[in-house]
Design a protein around this ligand. Structure first.
Ligand code: SAH
Ligand code: SF4
Length: 393
């Protein structure tokens, strides 16, 4: 029998939720801030260590609440320094998270759902189907756990994040083997398993905790939500949060995008891009990166790069080109290096900023779109058919 704790997991409480809880338990607002610091900035999961909280308050907390990270089921270390963890997410379910050190930047790629219902035709998570949403505690505790695994919690707690010189998801070309590799999570990207905006209610407080000065102290530029284009939730995100945004475009026209990213049938490119431009205009200092996975003969032609440039022209957008990462059971191929360079060059010629994402951790199946975890009792939601016209051999 698996024993399931009925206690609520405080790792999922943001400042507002803890303030409400303190009011209920007879504590003060500063107790909420202390709790956040103990749990996230110091990595503590034992209430008795929190000696600046009264014994009475600690006892109340102990009775009904816990600080419970998930169990690590397996650890994988890539030759390039990338690390992957398989984490338990309930009986027979598991999710994956990946840490990518690049110089002083340490990017943790986290999951927001067990599986994904959106069924993009080039994604291993999509091929798994969907089981359930992760709750806020399960989302945040990935960062908590990674920091522990990296040895980031010293005597004084987490060290400060190094100076801000970069944009969150820009995985640029630093030498991964250089000295002084990141040993704490400095950036978080919601690019693991699941569609974060399909789990909006649980993801929003997680964003609050990641960017909170009492918890992980990550600036809004260091936290990136990646979405395949759920327009209504994107609108809400614009009002509720200020994090960096990555939008998975993958095709310059609706006919192809309907096939690759089936949610496009509901929210086509024009509607999605209009919401993106609104997101940028609402608040200064926001940035959007468009992700474009390059699949051989499907979406990697120079004419398609030209169409993509026309869509983005005049907007402060950047394109991140992701060479397709193969996985078992999928017939797509990665675009040839020459095609990838040519695609990027067309974008540059049209004054669109574009970078090619370096493939990291492919010896441990930790690259983009390869995270499969373990999804049981899946629900397959079929939004699109998988018929493709390959435009070049
Ligand atoms: N659901 C979100 C975030 C998770 S996927 C989204 O779709 O944006 C993170 C990125 O990896 C997305 O841009 C996704 O399209 C891309 N991706 C998925 N499968 C891939 C694969 N096999 N190779 C390369 N990139 C992939
Ligand atoms: Fe889901 Fe994103 Fe994969 Fe599409 S690419 S199936 S939205 S995880």
């Amino acid at each position: 029998m698996v024993s399931v704790s009925k206690k609520k997991n405080l790792l999922g409480y943001d400042l507002d939720a803890l303030n409400a809880l303190m009011a209920e338990l007879g504590g003060k607002p500063f107790h909420a801030r202390q709790l956040l610091k103990w749990m996230h900035a110091r990595g503590v999961n034992d209430f008795d260590v929190m000696t600046d909280l009264s014994k009475a308050l600690r006892e109340k907390l102990k009775t009904h609440y816990s600080i419970s990270p998930p169990r690590v089921l397996e650890r994988f270390n890539s030759q390039d320094g990338t690390r992957k963890w398989l984490l338990q997410a309930g009986a027979l379910q598991a999710i994956e998270m990946v840490f990518i050190p690049e110089g002083k930047r340490g990017t943790l790629c986290i999951s927001s759902q067990v599986g994904c219902a959106l069924d993009c035709s080039f994604c291993s998570t999509g091929a798994q189907g969907f089981n359930r949403n992760l709750n806020t505690a399960e989302i945040v505790s990935q960062v908590w756990l990674a920091n522990h695994e990296l040895g980031a919690y010293g005597d004084e707690g987490l060290v400060a994040v190094p100076d801000e010189e970069d944009v969150a998801e820009d995985t640029s070309a630093e030498d991964p083997n250089e000295e002084g590799l990141a040993t704490r999570v400095t950036n978080v990207v919601f690019m693991g398993m699941g569609e974060p905006l399909a789990n909006y209610r649980q993801v929003l407080p997680a964003l609050n905790i990641l960017t909170c000065d009492y918890a992980y102290m990550l600036s809004r530029r260091r936290v990136t939500v990646s979405t395949s284009g759920l327009v209504p939730q994107l609108k809400k995100l614009g009002a509720d949060s200020n994090v960096a945004l990555a939008v998975s475009l993958h095709a310059p026209d609706d006919q192809l995008r309907d096939q690759l990213v089936p949610i496009n049938r509901k929210h086509p490119i024009k509607e999605l891009l209009e919401q993106c431009w609104t997101y940028l205009a609402e608040t200064s200092g926001r940035s959007i990166t468009f992700e474009y996975t390059l699949i051989d003969g499907v979406n990697d032609q120079p004419s398609q790069a030209k169409e993509l440039a026309a869509l983005l022209k005049g907007h402060p957008a950047k394109v991140n080109l992701i060479p397709f990462n193969p996985f078992p059971g999928n017939d797509f191929q990665r675009s040839k290096a020459k095609a990838i360079r040519a695609f990027r060059d067309v974008l540059h010629k049209h004054d669109i900023r574009a970078t090619v994402r370096k493939t990291r951790g492919d010896d441990i199946d930790a690259a983009c779109g390869q995270l499969a975890g373990q999804v049981s009792d899946r629900v397959k939601v079929r939004l699109g058919s998988k018929q493709f016209t390959v435009v070049s051999a």
